[in-house]
Design a protein around this ligand. Structure first.
Ligand SMILES: NC(=O)c1ccc[n+]([C@@H]2O[C@H](COP(=O)([O-])OP(=O)(O)OC[C@H]3O[C@@H](n4cnc5c(N)ncnc54)[C@H](OP(=O)(O)O)[C@@H]3O)[C@@H](O)[C@H]2O)c1
Length: 200
């Protein structure tokens, strides 16, 4: 399994630290050329290597750590996403929820990554927390995973464990996944409103 992080800002770097801490190879890319990221990548750890976006997208598993509105730019960089797993670490804020066609944000972006298996995960922790060691007082910080592709979750859960997290599977994006689907700045509680409305 090969891994890439697209976006090397707060979340991309936080995740890169987790890969480095656990000696797992990962490529990182952004809009800037690899030379512009190389020093910063090397400072995170020897397993973190900056590449061009196109080269980074050769990985099997690609983590999106970019502003939500940029996802279609990245999607366009490959003619086909078949065989790839995309881990969506983005939150759709500041896009108004009504611009998501009534869909969970990961279902919305999946339309652009045709053929990819999309797993939502690593999106609910602030960057500073995500960057810190997830093993705390003998426990493991939790990561929530959801996907409409049943077989896509297990390899991502395995990665989360290798990074030191405790993965919790929430099921499909429009079911348990809604718990970690931010609408504007509001999170989980809305799922209960939805369930309540459905029951009425
Ligand atoms: N910050 C948090 O605490 C937090 C927590 C949970 C989830 N998130 C989510 O994580 C995502 C990233 O947030 P962030 O705070 O890490 O943002 P950030 O610090 O602004 O970093 C964004 C990164 O994305 C890159 N980028 C932008 N457009 C791109 C494109 N078209 N192709 C390739 N790379 C592109 C930027 O690269 P350049 O430098 O080359 O422009 C930059 O490296 C967002 O969706 C956010 O909602 C953030």
């Amino acid at each position: 399994m090969s891994y890439a992080i697209v976006g090397f800002g707060k979340i991309g770097q936080a995740l890169a630290h987790a890969f480095a801490r656990n000696n797992i190879n990962v490529t990182v890319a952004s809009r800037r050329p690899p030379e512009a990221l190389a020093l910063q990548a090397r400072a995170v750890g020897p397993t973190v290597v900056a590449k061009s976006l196109r080269d980074a997208l050769e990985a099997d598993t690609i983590i999106l750590a970019i502003p939500f509105g940029e996802h279609s730019e990245v999607a366009k960089a490959l003619p086909s996403w078949k065989g790839k797993t995309v881990i969506d670490a983005m939150n759709s804020f500041p896009l108004p929820p009504e611009e998501l066609d009534g869909l969970p944000s990961s279902t919305f972006i999946a339309k652009s990554f045709t053929g990819a298996k999309v797993v939502k995960g690593f999106n609910h922790l602030g960057a500073a927390t995500l960057a810190s060691d997830p093993v705390v007082e003998g426990g493991h910080r939790v990561i929530f995973l959801s996907s409409d592709d049943e077989d896509a979750i297990a390899p991502v859960a395995d990665l989360a464990k290798r990074l030191g997290f405790a993965p919790v599977t929430l099921g499909k994006l429009n079911e348990g996944g809604l718990l970690v689907h931010a609408r504007g700045r509001v999170w989980g509680p809305l799922i209960f409103q939805d369930l309540f409305k459905k029951q009425q």
